[in-house]
Design a protein around this ligand. Structure first.
Ligand SMILES: NC(=O)c1ccc[n+]([C@@H]2O[C@H](COP(=O)([O-])OP(=O)(O)OC[C@H]3O[C@@H](n4cnc5c(N)ncnc54)[C@H](OP(=O)(O)O)[C@@H]3O)[C@@H](O)[C@H]2O)c1
Length: 256
């Protein structure tokens, strides 16, 4: 892992990364903690992994809290922010990483519930804790960001539509965020090698990852993509509020 953030550069800052017990969220929260931020590791199911990650951050001299919350349950989100407020007094960085919708056995509209409605509820509930100069980062995929202009694999379409609906709903909050002095950045990345999502899509469409890799030139891995997400928490906000990670030439950018 190569941290884009200088040691100590986030000293005194407080950061929450949703869905950070594993995967992209876990690497992102580690970069932020290694740069000196007091981090909050949010998990839904993976409490033991979240606790282990928090221990490893503390063992390096960092500061980490663990906060369980199912983002689709507004009461547990409210309890998480009460905990953060009580223990840290506010937040400077919110990374909206948690995502889903390909799980089996969920309600038909679960993707929309998690990727749109729960994200809007999360940011609305977080706003009172975010002071001027703070930053919100929403993580998405090129396949979702460009879904209105570029088709994707059928297995991912419902997730892509729900994540884009979530992105649009969050973008509609930019005036309120601006008024509060809060920066907002969408990080959009191509498929990430080694993730569960990529593995599921490859299983349904053998050769899909190889084809994307060939078309894009290369694909990012989890730690490389997480480094971009962490950097988006501190770099200047792009004019269109979008940080593209990896090749976008295969996507129709007429609406950008
Ligand atoms: N995978 C890719 O190829 C790819 C490419 C581009 C962008 N991205 C974006 O990167 C982000 C992370 O992707 P990933 O592949 O690392 O995801 P992942 O492996 O599926 O992990 C999802 C995370 O979200 C959490 N989560 C799921 N449902 C939740 C809920 N209802 N409440 C709270 N937390 C919940 C999970 O927590 P638990 O483990 O505790 O359940 C887990 O930590 C997503 O926003 C995704 O769109 C991914």
């Amino acid at each position: 892992m190569s941290n884009p953030l200088a040691p100590g550069s986030l000293a005194g800052k407080r950061a929450l990364v949703t869905g950070s017990s594993r995967g992209i969220g876990a690497d992102t929260v580690q970069y932020l903690a290694d740069a000196g931020a007091s981090v909050v590791i949010n998990y839904r199911n993976k409490e033991a992994r979240a606790a282990k990650l928090a221990d490893s951050i503390r063992a390096k001299g960092g500061s980490a809290l663990v906060a369980g919350a199912d983002l689709t349950d507004p009461a547990s989100v409210a309890a998480m922010f009460d905990q953060i407020n009580a223990e840290l007094g506010g937040l400077d960085i919110l990374v909206m990483n948690a995502s889903g919708g390909m799980e089996s056995g969920m309600a038909e509209d679960y993707a929309m519930t998690l990727n749109r409605d729960a994200q809007v509820n999360l940011l609305t509930a977080a706003l009172p804790l975010l002071g001027p100069g703070s930053r919100v980062v929403f993580v998405t995929s090129h396949q979702a960001h460009f879904i209105r202009t570029t088709e994707t694999m059928p297995e991912y379409e419902a997730v892509a539509l729900s994540k884009r609906a979530g992105e649009d709903a969050l973008r509609a909050m930019i005036p309120a965020l601006d008024a509060a002095g809060v920066g907002f950045v969408v990080v959009s990345g191509d498929m990430i090698e080694g993730t569960i999502t990529a593995t599921l899509l490859e299983r349904a469409n053998p050769g899909a990852i190889g084809a994307r890799k060939e078309a894009a030139g290369r694909l990012y891995n989890v730690s490389e993509f997480a480094a971009e997400v962490a950097a988006a928490a501190v770099d200047e906000v792009p004019a269109n509020h979008t940080r593209y990670v990896g090749d976008v030439s295969g996507f129709d950018q007429s609406e950008e």
